[in-house]
Design a protein around this ligand. Sequence first.
Ligand code: ATP
Ligand SMILES: Cc1cn([C@H]2C[C@H](O)[C@@H](COP(=O)(O)O)O2)c(=O)[nH]c1=O
Length: 216
Amino acid sequence: MSVVAPPATGLFITFEGIDGAGKSTHITALADALRHQGYAVTVTREPGGTPLAEELRACLLHTGMDALTEALLMFAARRDHLVRVIEPALLAGGVVLCDRFTDATFAYQGHGRGFDLGILRTLEGWVQTTPSGWRQPDMTLWFDVPPAVAAARLAGARAPDKFESEPQAFFERVAAGYAQRAQEAPQRIVRIDAALDVPAVWQQVQDACRQRGWLP
Ligand SMILES: Nc1ncnc2c1ncn2[C@@H]1O[C@H](COP(=O)(O)OP(=O)(O)OP(=O)(O)O)[C@@H](O)[C@H]1O
Ligand SMILES: Cc1cn([C@H]2C[C@H](O)[C@@H](COP(=O)(O)O)O2)c(=O)[nH]c1=O
């Protein structure tokens, strides 16, 4: 299949899944493959991606706080990231690969913490409205993996942060939250069977891009 140029408004691809699902591994691989095709690729992450959002990330990952505070800080970091990094890159016609976005807030704060989904929807509407309109990812790759498998991958790899220290039941709820988001947006969210080995997962990532004409 021939490769189509990204739309003039760029291409926004997000990576989602519980901690240890394999997102970072495949963002790097996809960035390399897309650059090889001549795309201008920005790789970024949430929470984070700007100096302010990285400061908020440090608080979010290491300081205890109530669920509303956590949700507001996630969206504050996202707004700064969206207007300073994501929108400019997309408006310049580039590809943005982002490790997590708003689906993570629904999964972690909404389903993991049990925070009000209606309030999250309101915040999503505010934060993702920019001068050029409503911004949503063009495609979201959801790395679906059983929490026990993800935990085994992360075991001993690094000191766990606040979220990674949560019990398996928390990640079961987060995983169910991702499944619900995928059901609500089947055109946008592509399920990747992330329990398979790295080559098999990479194959699924490439297939999703090929089906959209973004990779040959
Ligand atoms: N399909 C896979 N099979 C086995 N191990 C994997 C697979 N994908 C990634 N890993 C390994 O699992 C660990 C976690 O992977 P990675 O950092 O890509 O996950 P992540 O989803 O980005 O995690 P986090 O959200 O916690 O940053 C790494 O050691 C990585 O090498
Ligand atoms: C965007 C976002 C993230 N989180 C959580 C999920 C992860 O545990 C950490 C980020 O760490 P990573 O190693 O970069 O994956 O933050 C969240 O709870 N809500 C969010 O919106």
